[in-house]
Design a protein around this ligand. Sequence first.
Ligand code: COA
Length: 81
Amino acid sequence: MVKKEYWGQGIATKMLEYIRKEALKRGVHCLMLLTDKIHVGFYHKQGFTLLGCNPRGYYGVPDYWFYKIIREPREENFLRD
Ligand SMILES: CC(C)(COP(=O)(O)OP(=O)(O)OC[C@H]1O[C@@H](n2cnc3c(N)ncnc32)[C@H](O)[C@@H]1OP(=O)(O)O)[C@@H](O)C(=O)NCCC(=O)NCCS
């Protein structure tokens, strides 16, 4: 989450890039997240794919589930600490 006065400066994009790089270092191949309706466009723009919607999500507000493959899954990365 980015404070409103800093929106539109590329901060969330940089945060997602940091998460992607850290995840790659740790052997992760897929990022997953859930968000609310107003951010669906943002995550599409970031290359995430919408898996679906839970119409009764967080406190009854619909949740939108996304994933992004950041590299091919490899068996040697499974079940690591
Ligand atoms: C969504 C959010 C993280 C975006 O942060 P940001 O730092 O402004 O994002 P960026 O500047 O990196 O934006 C990247 C691009 O996404 C676009 N974008 C930002 N928010 C968007 C939205 N809600 N829908 C569609 N596009 C969006 C920007 O216009 C920008 O487009 P461009 O590359 O064509 O210029 C920020 O608005 C936020 O924190 N919102 C509140 C989150 C919240 O309330 N969370 C709690 C419930 S989940």
